[in-house]
Ligand binder design. Structure first.
Ligand code: GMT
Length: 377
């Protein structure tokens, strides 16, 4: 198939999933075309059938806000026509689904029918999309998609609850390339951050308020009262200055390290003892799945789609949002009991295996075929 993928090219989970999906589809022999404003972060492989088409927005002084969505729609039209695409797959509804809709209608007026699949990832529904300034467009674009998928059952239910969506939504969970997390070199990270055998607590995110990163510091402080440990943060984002200020205020700077936007994040996952995810809401929690693929148990909140990934008392523990004491106690339970830790590590890995790319990619391929077939009937 000739497949166009529209996504955010950044470190965020939706961009990572879209890019990994595109690479896998290309390795399966499909012709894959990314259409976005920058080279996706995980676009790290050369394949003759994997392409990137940049969307460039000119900076006209007349506009206070540059109309990215229109430029994207025009670029989609161009790529579909000239690369003879069979299908478009857009990740994250805003503004990708509405741009795809516009492109589809333009092409229809020229005698070309290009169906599009929309994958909902989370905050396009749970936070941003609900905003009245987006809601009517999101509802319309979802209803107009040729197929809609959500990354968890929880996100599917949220979509039906908050939007007047009248069509089927198929749940296709995110997937993981397990080989990426196997046999990473760990010595350097351990020497640098835990030279005396301190335990390592880890968190990776985009430091948005929804992640409640402050709670991570508070959990860490409680654990550190009982066990020598270090806290590593990967990623960057709006709340980082606030978190750094908090570390300074409580005097934990020497034990907390900010590693920034890491490309080889799996090296850090592999040295972690536990992964902390304290989010207010999380449609899936790809970072938790990455930790589990690295045999790292997850201490998380019980919100959104997280319980569909992290199983309480098996691959980690779940707590109510904001329950610092419970999350700290659960972390200590694992850190103090080697046998329990060993069991949880194995169970986390076994759980991660159920989200392997080999199982999930064919589901997308079948969906594309079904949508293309429906269009030609
Ligand atoms: O979590 C973020 O802030 C990034 C966001 C994104 O769109 O890239 O992540 C969302 O999509 C990921 C991939 O499907 C999910 O794993 C995340 O749970 C989801 N984030 C939220 O729901 C907050």
């Amino acid at each position: 198939m000739r497949i166009g993928i529209v996504c955010y090219p950044t470190f965020g989970g939706s961009g990572v999933v879209a890019t990994e999906l595109g690479k896998e589809l290309a390795m399966e022999g499909h012709d894959v075309h990314f259409i976005t404003y920058d080279l996706p972060v995980r676009f790290d492989r050369f394949l003759a059938n994997l392409h990137y088409h940049e969307v460039r927005v000119s900076d006209y002084p007349l506009f206070d806000y540059q109309p990215y969505e229109l430029v994207l729609a025009s670029r989609i039209v161009d790529v579909v026509k000239h690369e003879k695409l069979d299908i478009l797959h857009v990740h994250y509804a805003i503004p990708h689904a509405s741009a795809a809709f516009m492109a589809r209608e333009i092409l229809k007026s020229q005698g070309i029918y290009i169906p599009f699949v929309t994958t909902l990832h989370g905050t396009d529904i749970t936070l941003v999309g609900k905003d009245a300034s987006f809601e009517p467009v999101i509802t319309f674009a979802i209803n107009q998609s040729d197929a809609v998928t959500a990354v968890s059952e929880s996100l599917k239910q949220d979509t039906y609850e908050h939007f007047d969506v009248t069509r089927d939504i198929e749940v296709i969970p995110n997937f993981i390339d397990l080989s990426r997390y196997e046999g990473c070199s760990t010595e350097g990270v351990i020497k640098a951050f835990a030279p005396k055998g301190e335990r390592i607590l880890f968190h990776a995110s985009n430091f948005r308020p929804v992640k409640r990163v402050e709670d991570i510091i508070r959990v860490f402080m409680k654990v550190r009262e009982e066990i020598p440990c270090k806290l590593l943060f990967a990623g960057d984002g709006p709340d980082r200055p606030k978190i750094e200020a908090l570390c300074r205020e409580i005097g934990s700077c020497s034990d907390v390290h900010f590693l920034g936007k890491l490309k080889n994040i799996e090296e850090v996952y592999s040295v972690a003892d536990v992964f902390l995810l304290t989010s207010e809401t999380e449609s899936f929690g790809l970072a938790a799945l990455e930790a589990m693929a690295s045999r790292v148990p997850v201490i998380s909140t019980n919100t959104g789609g997280i319980p569909e990934i992290n199983l309480h008392g098996e691959t980690g523990f779940l707590s109510d949002v904001g329950d610092i004491d419970d999350m700290a106690n659960n972390t200590l339970k694992l850190l103090k009991d080697d046998a329990l830790m060993h069991t949880f590590k194995q169970q986390a890995f076994n759980r991660a295996k159920t989200f392997s790319k080999a199982d999930i990619i064919p589901i997308y391929e079948n969906l594309y075929r079904k949508v293309i077939k429906a269009k030609s009937n």
